[in-house]
Ligand binder design. Structure first.
Ligand SMILES: [Zn+2]
Length: 398
């Protein structure tokens, strides 16, 4: 059983979305994950405490988001009956990423839901930093990782991870953010690209094939100014399977986390790299996510906040999130949460995926590791990676 001081931040305010039924984001994933944990005795009395999220304040939001953008998002949420709500040419709405038929359709509770996602991560982070909680989990947060300073993007309204990191950074604490989502964590990276006190690491399917598109998330995007070396991107080949994904994770994430020595680690647990996810092309099973959670548990030293993220096979996503939290808190995952039925690649395709990902990892290590005092594996045996080099063949493997 987990110790009583693990924390889950979740409540009705977390899932009060009113998205169109065609929208891929299904907020009940977070409810389902918590329900699995409650049913298994891993949350509730004697296990992880479940607390309602509190909304983030204006001050919290404005560390990351432009004031005008916040006021537009709040106005669109307050008055959905206003004709401008459904008017696709509404200058304010479109200029800030909202449209009725796009990724970010406004709805009445939109801003409140997003504020609670931000506030939930702030609560979780403060509890972990104060040592009043060990591992914390905010399953309804994380899918906002594309939200930018002045616009909604990719289902994200207020960037919950970035808002929480900014709140923690305002106290001087250093934060490592690990984004496992199949999509590049562009909004979080952009918020801290110049900050050497925030390490962002994103493992994602190459944006050559996936939202947010090129040039986001390339291996040679490592942050700018004082933040150079503190933004890390590992763009992976389509059809990357468990073994290849875990090899890339292991080659990059543990060395950097050990070198950076964050006061707090936030991991975005996007489960859309799952093989059956309808929006992406990786071949991960539950095993990859459980293995990553186990490593992050070891690496965090009990300073871990887990948040949700993408994941559009809703059933798999809730199982993966519950399994990751169980693993992070040191509890065995029930057998029925794991199917491990990912398709296998033939040898030729697997070799191509491995070669492409190895080249990417070598580029990342070559550009970033020396900035953290880490030696570059195999650097004496092969050509030094060239700054500006692009990885990827441009074609998915056959
Ligand atoms: Zn995603």
């Amino acid at each position: 059983m987990p110790t009583p001081n693990h924390l889950i931040v979740h409540g009705a305010a977390s899932v009060a979305h009113h998205l169109p039924s065609r929208h891929p984001l299904k907020p009940h994933r977070a409810d389902d994950a918590v329900r699995l944990l409650l049913t298994a005795g891993m949350a509730g009395a004697g296990a992880a405490v479940v607390r309602e999220p509190q909304p983030a304040s204006d001050e919290d939001l404005k560390r990351v988001h432009d004031e005008t953008y916040v006021s537009v998002a709040e106005r669109l949420s307050r008055a959905p009956e206003d004709p401008t709500y459904l008017e696709p040419t509404s200058r304010d709405a479109v200029a800030h990423g909202f449209s009725p038929s796009g990724d970010n359709p406004p709805y009445r509770e939109m801003a409140a839901v997003a504020r609670h996602a931000c506030g939930g991560v702030i609560q979780a982070a403060r509890h972990v930093l104060d040592h009043t909680s060990a591992i914390a989990f905010v399953p309804s947060a994380g899918a906002n990782h594309h939200a930018m300073r002045t616009r909604a993007s990719g289902f994200g309204v207020y960037n919950d991870a970035a808002v929480a990191i900014a709140a923690i950074r305002s106290t001087g604490a250093r934060v490592a953010y690990v984004d496992l989502d199949v999509h590049h964590g562009d909004g979080v990276e952009a918020a801290f690209a110049t900050d050497p006190g925030t390490l962002t690491v994103s493992l994602h399917e190459s944006t050559r094939y996936l939202f947010p598109g090129l040039p986001a998330g390339l291996a040679d995007h490592i942050g700018t100014g004082n933040g150079a070396g503190f933004a890390v991107n590992v763009p992976l080949s389509p059809y990357t399977n468990d073994a290849a994904w875990l090899a890339a994770f292991e080659s990059v994430v543990p060395p950097l986390l050990m070198a950076f020595q964050a006061d707090l680690i936030i991991v975005q647990c996007g489960a859309d790299g799952y093989h059956a996810d309808p929006l992406a092309h990786l071949l991960l099973s539950e095993f990859a996510y459980i293995s990553a959670a186990s490593r992050l548990r070891e690496l965090s030293g009990g300073r871990l906040v887990m948040i949700g993220g993408g994941g559009y096979d809703a059933d798999a996503t809730s199982r993966i999130w519950a399994a990751m939290f169980a693993t992070a808190t040191g509890v065995n995952v029930p057998r029925e949460w794991v199917t491990n039925n990912a398709p296998t690649l033939d040898d030729r395709a697997a070799a191509r995926v491995t070669a492409e990902n190895n080249a990417t990892v070598a580029t990342v290590q070559g550009l970033v590791f020396p900035r953290h005092g880490l030696s570059v594996p195999g650097a004496t045996d092969r050509r030094q990676p060239v700054r500006g080099a692009r990885t990827g063949s441009g074609q998915p493997p056959t």
